[in-house]
Design a protein around this ligand. Structure first.
Ligand code: ATP
Ligand code: MG
Length: 461
């Protein structure tokens, strides 16, 4: 960690006097901030990232750190991962590193692995021309970038990055910082500003709207008004994005410790409903739904702050609980019994959700379990409470139950019972169970075993 941001901010003041423009245009001559005038040093860079940078450099390529790692280091945070930008093509990068592989079709990059750390290496992007083949550069009629694999130089690369603060490059050759878009100034004023014309940039890639909200919430930055204005109208463009890409983005939005703030901002810009339309509808129907979602996000943020494990399954279960419960109620009204009604509702809600944000099976299965356990938590007689307690998703299901009570969907009581049951010794557990018998609300209906028919004796005539 370092205190250098103050020095950098002073430098920003100095820059402002030199360049009073609005910061959205990319200059072909960057402001080069020498190593003595910015706070980033090798100390902030992981060994793996340094290895990648040095090897590219000694093979004669340009190599820079760019993006989140530089941004976070300037803000005094330890970078969590490292993105490298280089003049080497993906093939050249792959040939330099045995431990590497090329990924992505729309946006081809190379992942270089060192143990558990992966360094993302991206070739400088250039401006697509008419003559480029479809697999290199392709744009839909509406402006969406379907392929973005034209190589270019560093200035062109800077122009194609999203925000000014994400277009700061740290050169491994002389440890200087290259600022093409007044990113330093925007760091100083904590402003999130898109490079270029915002509407065009959102149409090229609507995920940039989510990224705008994510960075604003995470860094406590303000969206520049020109960057902010088109979002309300363009939010529906997110419907064009493949659900698998949106799932990756959802993880970054809600699992990085600022989920509640991010959710509020997404809702404000009408973006949340593009990701979870049924949750959005349910929020309009009943007040407790939003309280439940907010409480789940606050819970996840708290756990992350405390360094405790979190799973996206819990959040997804909370986001989609209201639509699942409403669907179950409908099916029950049509005469379907409890358990199959829950199973059918689960199936329907999840499969509709998959059109928007995909949910990999490893998270979809636990979501189902957490929902199905909601009914089982009410049925505690005999050995049932002990069995439910042993279920691998018990803890998440119990947490959801507490939030449902807290949000006012159901009356309080059952949650406290389970809290006491988990904490109590054997004697206390028995005592709690004995109370269950006299409480008709908590009794589960006994499942009738289908009676085995005795084979009819053959009557010989
Ligand atoms: P973090 O890793 O903390 O989420 P980041 O800014 O590093 O933030 P990445 O997704 O790792 O985000 O991307 C690295 C860099 O690549 C960004 O800083 C930005 O310069 C560029 N970039 C990423 N996604 C886009 C995009 N959709 N459009 C334009 N540039 C992008
Ligand atoms: Mg990054």
């Amino acid at each position: 960690m370092f205190k250098g941001i103050t020095r950098l901010l002073n430098f920003g003041e100095h820059l402002k006097s030199l360049h009073p423009d609005n910061g959205q245009a990319v200059t072909t001559t960057p402001r080069i901030i020498p190593r003595t005038e910015h706070p980033i040093s090798r100390q902030h860079i992981s060994d793996a990232a340094l290895k990648v940078l040095y090897r590219l450099d000694s093979a004669g390529f340009d190599a820079y750190l760019v993006g989140g790692c530089i941004r976070d280091a300037l803000l005094g945070k330890m970078p969590k991962d490292f993105d490298v930008a280089t003049s080497a093509t993906p093939e050249e990068v792959r040939d330099l590193f045995r431990n590497s592989r090329m990924i992505g079709r729309r946006f081809r990059i190379v992942h270089v692995r060192f143990g558990r750390e992966t360094i993302e290496v991206t070739t400088f992007r250039g401006k697509p021309q008419e003559e480029h083949a479809d697999h290199i550069a392709r744009q839909s009629d509406a402006g969406l970038l379907l392929r973005d694999n034209v190589w270019g130089n560093i200035e062109e690369d800077a122009r194609r990055r999203d925000f000014t603060i994400n277009a700061l490059y740290y050169s491994i050759a002389d440890c200087s910082l290259h600022d093409f878009a007044n990113g330093v100034q925007d760091m100083e004023t904590r402003t999130l500003r898109l490079i270029g014309d915002p509407e065009t940039r959102y149409r090229e890639d609507p995920v940039r709207m989510l990224r705008a909200v994510r960075f604003a919430a995470k860094l406590d930055f303000t969206l520049d008004p020109i960057t902010e204005a088109p979002i309300y109208d363009l939010a529906p463009l997110l419907l064009q994005i493949p659900p698998a890409r949106l799932f990756d983005e959802v993880l970054k939005l809600f699992m990085a410790g600022h989920g509640l703030m991010t959710f509020r901002m997404l809702s404000h810009y009408d973006l949340f409903g593009m990701l979870f339309p049924e949750a959005e509808e349910a929020m309009a129907d009943a007040a407790w739904v939003e309280d439940l979602i907010e409480a789940a996000l606050a819970n996840t943020d708290r756990r992350i702050a405390e360094g405790r494990p979190v799973t996206p399954a819990f959040l997804l279960a909370a986001f989609l609980w209201a639509p699942a419960a409403a669907r179950q109620a409908e099916l029950k009204q049509n005469g379907m019994p409890d358990v199959p009604a829950m199973q059918t509702a689960t199936q329907q809600v999840i499969s509709r959700q998959l059109h928007h944000v995909s949910i990999p099976k490893r998270f979809g299965m636990p979501v189902r379990d957490i929902w199905e356990l909601q009914a089982r938590l009410g049925k505690r007689q005999g050995k049932r409470a002990f069995q439910t307690r042993e279920h691998p998703r018990f803890r998440a299901a119990y947490d959801l139950l507490l939030l449902r009570e807290q949000a006012g969907e159901i009356p309080a009581g059952l949650g406290d019972w389970w809290t006491a049951f988990q904490q109590g010794d054997e004697h206390e557990k028995r005592r709690l169970l004995s109370k269950v018998g006299s409480d008709p609300a908590s009794q589960g209906k006994r499942r009738k075993r289908p009676r085995k028919r005795k084979p009819r004796p053959r009557v010989e005539e």
